[in-house]
Design a protein around this ligand. Sequence first.
Ligand SMILES: NC(=O)c1ccc[n+]([C@@H]2O[C@H](COP(=O)([O-])OP(=O)(O)OC[C@H]3O[C@@H](n4cnc5c(N)ncnc54)[C@H](OP(=O)(O)O)[C@@H]3O)[C@@H](O)[C@H]2O)c1
Length: 239
Amino acid sequence: MDQAETPTAIVTGASSGIGLGVTQALLERGWQVVATSRAIRTSKELKPASNLVLIDGDAGKKETAVKVVETAIKHFGRIDLLVNNAGIYVPKAFTDYTEEDYNLVMNTNVASFFYMTQQVIPQMKKQDAGHVVDISAVIADQPSSGAVLAVLSKSPMPAVSKALALEYAANNIRFNTVSPGVVDTPMHAGGNREAMAKFHPLNRVGEVSDIVDAILYLQNATFVTGENIHVDGGVHAGR
Ligand SMILES: NC(=O)c1ccc[n+]([C@@H]2O[C@H](COP(=O)([O-])OP(=O)(O)OC[C@H]3O[C@@H](n4cnc5c(N)ncnc54)[C@H](OP(=O)(O)O)[C@@H]3O)[C@@H](O)[C@H]2O)c1
């Protein structure tokens, strides 16, 4: 398969946790990847190669999205999958959140989705094919107290993804959401593992591979669009 026929993905927040796991899984399966985060070029796990381009940048800024998408097209000639994964978690009492917290969380979790997705659509339309997966969070469905900015920034994803699934169905571009429970990544490095496990009816913390499996399933499931897969050990079933 030459480079222009090899499937190509963009993964945001690819330096760590879920984004790193997805990037590695795609590379292992023969994909080409443009991986981005604020400081991905210092990554110990990912090194640039003929099938991997690393781009530093704030995913909440339009200029990063433009650069990432232009690079994907220049290097690989196509974009088959965008994984909107960059995100941060700032738990606080509601009235303790500052304007800076609000801007940081909304830029990282929401503006990144907006700019990246806008930029990939023209190329996917040209291809008459493409897929966008957004990483939400189960707390959008089953909110916990003390994390309202997580709920505010993650709850729109399934609805917006459905709206885009309809808007671009005629272009054969699919949009899906994955909603994780608590996953063992650096995001929760200091957390109490036993307490985090108890949050889930299945009584364990999620692994990065649990989320990667859902993304790979969605990529292969070409009749699935507008879907929200909960990978949360049963939390969405109710508590
Ligand atoms: N872990 C969980 O329990 C859990 C649960 C539900 C949902 N999620 C969601 O899953 C996604 C991945 O989380 P994770 O657990 O893998 O977290 P993580 O290990 O902390 O990784 C977060 C990634 O996002 C990047 N990032 C942060 N701010 C950024 C910005 N402004 N611009 C570009 N990249 C940025 C980080 O890299 P740099 O520092 O280099 O920028 C890193 O690569 C997030 O959207 C998160 O909300 C996670």
